[in-house]
Design a protein around this ligand. Structure first.
Ligand code: GLA
Length: 371
């Protein structure tokens, strides 16, 4: 009878056929050869200020992505003034711990500095100026980590659920051409880096179709794109697993790989009509919208566990198409879900609880992966 202990993902002693032997039971070991299992890290974690999740991350995950410190608002808050201190420490932490390091994200309408799109008078800049700014930002950032950051989320969230283009400033000024340009600049700066298009609500048919078209167009133009990032901010009843699978298969059908980039599963009621991950969504706190502040009832924990397990079953089924599954955070207390789209709630969205203890699904994933 096998017994798994996951408290901090340590190796454990397994006694089998009378012979004691060491077997490694961590997520990353069980999934080796299938796909990387990653986590997003915040600054407190990779600078050693938050020791518990740092240790859980080190022991259980094989890939990392920065939760915030590589967004353009932090890297280039003023034109030409780059700030790399935290990003450098993030990359150094990843190297010291032999992680596959992904950069996130080069081009995104959110958490970008407002100077990027306007002139001194506050008017939109010309397409030429925006191209130049995009090129400078992407080239400077990608070149700095050339050969060390193995893959980049080049463009984040450019398409709406219905498949139309998001009317961001990038789109307003450059049209859809900002996407191939961004991929081109990133490729020129590090020809060996993998490049991804990343988005949420990917199970929507409209978004699925436009993403497929986008990947095909890039490939037809010989522009490098390695994978489609499906963010995976999911809930207890959305998306339907079948719709998610349809998108996964459709994306892989283009010849690109799939990465599950920002997985978390909220148990909390949603007031967000599109159930996506639009960071600007924001609703007032009400006590009844925070039902599990004192703890999660067993029945809900089990339902959560089953659903997370179903998703991992799907990922393992499609392991030939998937190169990485990344959780958006280490322990439940770290998750942005506690504060979005309503500030100050208590959510249970990740694989490790507030004490850093693995939830039952982790053992199930290890079992499934070893079959
Ligand atoms: C989006 C972004 C991430 C992060 C999450 C919320 O999914 O891609 O960088 O901001 O929202 O934390």
């Amino acid at each position: 009878m096998k017994k798994y202990y996951f408290t901090l993902g340590l190796s454990f002693l397994m006694v089998g056929c009378g012979t004691p032997r060491i077997e490694n039971n961590t997520l990353k070991d069980a999934l080796r050869g299938k796909f990387y299992i990653g986590t997003a890290l915040n600054i407190r974690q990779f600078t050693g200020m938050d020791v518990l999740p740092e240790r859980v991350a080190r022991e259980n995950f094989s890939a990392i992505v920065p939760e915030d410190c590589m967004k353009s608002i932090y890297l280039q808050p003023k034109e030409g003034e780059f700030f790399f201190d935290e990003a450098d420490r993030f990359v150094a932490w990843g190297e010291a711990n032999s992680m596959w390091i992904t950069g996130h994200c080069l081009v995104w309408h959110s958490q970008s500095p407002s100077w990027f799109y306007v002139d001194e008078k506050g008017d939109n800049v010309s397409p030429e100026v925006l191209k130049e700014r995009l090129k400078t930002h992407i080239t400077t950032v990608v070149t700095r980590y050339k050969g060390r950051i193995k893959g980049w989320d080049v463009v984040n969230e450019a398409i709406m659920e219905d498949g139309s283009w998001r009317k961001s400033k990038f789109y307003e000024i450059l049209g859809e051409e900002f996407i191939p340009l961004a991929f081109q600049y990133a490729h020129e700066a590090d020809p060996d880096a993998e490049l991804y298009y990343n988005d949420y609500s990917m199970a929507f048919e409209g978004k699925r179709n436009t993403v497929v078209q986008l990947v095909k167009t890039l490939k037809e133009r010989d522009i490098r794109i390695d994978a489609v990032g499906m963010q995976g901010h999911i809930g207890m009843d959305y998306p339907a697993l079948e719709e998610f699978e349809k998108s996964l298969i459709a994306f892989a059908g283009t010849g690109a790989k799939v990465v599950i980039t920002e997985l978390d599963l909220t148990v909390l009621p949603s007031l967000n009509p599109n159930v996506g991950a639009a960071v600007e969504a924001n609703f007032d706190y009400r006590k009844e919208l925070n039902p599990y502040a004192g703890g999660l009832p067993d029945s809900i924990a089990q339902t959560w566990n089953r659903r997370m397990s179903d998703f991992f079953r799907l990922f393992l089924k499609h392991q030939d198409k998937i190169t990485r599954v990344t959780l958006w955070g280490v322990c439940d207390s770290d998750s942005w879900r506690n504060n979005w789209p309503i500030l100050g709630r208590t959510d249970y969205a990740l694989l490790f609880d507030r004490q850093g203890i693995a939830k039952p699904v982790v053992g199930e994933i290890v079992e499934l992966a070893s079959k």
